[in-house]
Write a protein that binds this ligand. Structure first.
Ligand SMILES: [Zn+2]
Length: 428
């Protein structure tokens, strides 16, 4: 199932022309994630490397603009779209006999690389699901993290900043926790430019990602506020085009900070009131302010508010989240569904699912259909076939309405599996 790519998502994937700013000495080059290049009279500082598959393209874009030696490479964090496209840069360095540049990262980035090596197959699997719609069209989008270019300057523990000068330009690096625990961002005072990595992605922060580890809403808000204090005129985001103008940059950072404070503080308030996840989630959906809903920098294109509620909750809560001891050590969902089918016939469940589907209760219809889908494994069962077809139809409708790329991929993957199951059944 190929997903239509919205304008915003094309930008998110770096499909915009590279730009030069800062008196011709700063460049933002889009690939899947962005690479920032700052020229000094003594060489280049590169902020983030592209994903491996786009490394050649990004390298050519850099070399169209400047032939200076690369002196520093900074990893905003160790995700595969920010730290792995080093091959052409290193080849050039070897060819020209230049010194290997300094590679700057936070110490958690090194731990991340170790984790990636341990979990290579697993990450490949979850990334295939998260990026299914683009991976299908662009074979090999997914990368292994087995080869890394190791950092040489490492920000450690509570040491949260590192400053250096190259040519006559100052570079200030700060560590904050946001999308990851190894995030660092760059402030270049002479250029009034901030490079954010994925602390800013021109849409709702990717927090509470259903496949990925814990992320940090409060730290995220604090990072935005620290960036605002610098009064930048240019914001080079981790994904999406350059944001220009003091007011626009300030507004973008401020609204993101406010949204992260909001989701964190409102969840915390409800935890203190002794509420379980379901109640917290639905209350949070009701109080989501319009100013966040409508803001162009918080469009739920990739991550979304619904995911962010999970992130804030999980920051302080374990996995037992329903408050119902039935869920503590549950039976297999297949066995539960089979018991329901003993109480009432599958025809009745199907009829009911159809009825509530026609009333527009799509999500409830899915729960009812799952009694048949999970409980019936008889391959020649026509009711099962009909249930699968209705489930497929509902998922297709949900996917069409879904704004989050990640959520849509989850739904589409499942729909595709159901479609294959229907085909198999119809053959028999
Ligand atoms: Zn990224």
């Amino acid at each position: 199932m190929i997903r239509r790519t919205t304008e915003g998502m094309r930008d998110w994937f770096g499909m915009f022309p590279s730009v030069t700013f800062g008196a011709g000495k700063c460049h933002l080059i889009g690939s899947m994630a962005n690479t920032g290049v700052i020229e000094t009279k003594d060489g280049l500082v590169i902020f983030d490397l592209p994903i491996k598959q786009f490394a050649e393209r990004t390298f050519r874009e850099v070399r169209k603009r400047t032939n200076k030696q690369v002196k520093y490479i900074i990893y905003s964090h160790g995700h595969f779209d920010h730290a792995f496209g080093f091959a052409p840069f290193i080849e050039e360095i070897k060819e020209k006999g230049w010194e290997i540049p300094q590679i700057i990262a936070h110490e958690n980035c090194i731990k991340r690389f170790e984790k990636y090596k341990m979990l290579d197959n697993y990450h490949n699997w979850i990334n295939k699901m998260q990026f299914a719609s683009v991976a299908g069209r662009r074979q090999g989008l997914l990368v292994t993290a087995l080869e890394t270019l190791e950092p040489t300057i490492i920000l450690k523990g509570n040491e949260d900043s590192y400053f250096f000068k190259l040519g006559d330009i100052n570079f200030e690096i700060y560590h904050d926790k946001g999308e990851t625990d190894d995030s660092i961002w760059l402030w270049v005072p002479e250029k009034k430019t901030i490079c954010t990595g994925d602390l800013f992605i021109s849409s709702f922060p990717n927090i509470g990602n259903p496949y990925k580890v814990q992320r940090y809403p409060k730290g995220w808000a604090i990072a935005m506020e620290k960036m605002m204090e610098k009064e930048p005129e240019y914001l080079a985001p981790g994904h999406g085009p350059l944001i220009e103008g003091k007011e626009k940059v300030r507004d973008s950072l401020l609204i993101t900070a406010e949204a992260m404070h909001f989701v964190h503080d409102e969840v915390v308030k409800r935890l203190n009131e002794g509420k379980w996840f379901e109640q917290i989630f639905h209350e949070m959906m009701e109080i989501f302010p319009d100013k966040f809903k409508d803001h162009e920098m918080l469009r739920p294109m990739y991550g979304c508010y619904r995911f962010a509620i999970h992130a804030a909750y999980r920051l302080y809560h374990g996995w037992y989240n329903s408050g119902n001891p039935t869920d503590l050590f549950p039976s297999k969902s297949k066995d539960i569904a089979k018991e329901f089918l003993k109480i009432n016939s599958e025809e009745k469940y199907l009829d009911h699912a159809k009825r509530i589907y026609n009333e527009g209760k799509l999500q409830l219809a899915l729960h009812i259909l799952d009694v048949i889908v999970n409980g019936r494994d008889n391959t020649n069962n026509n009711i099962l076939l009909e249930a699968l077809k209705l489930k497929f139809e509902i998922l297709r409708q949900k996917s069409n309405e879904e704004t989050s790329f990640i959520a849509a991929n989850i739904i589409d993957n499942a729909a595709l599996q159901i479609k294959n199951r229907i085909k198999e059944k119809e053959k028999k």
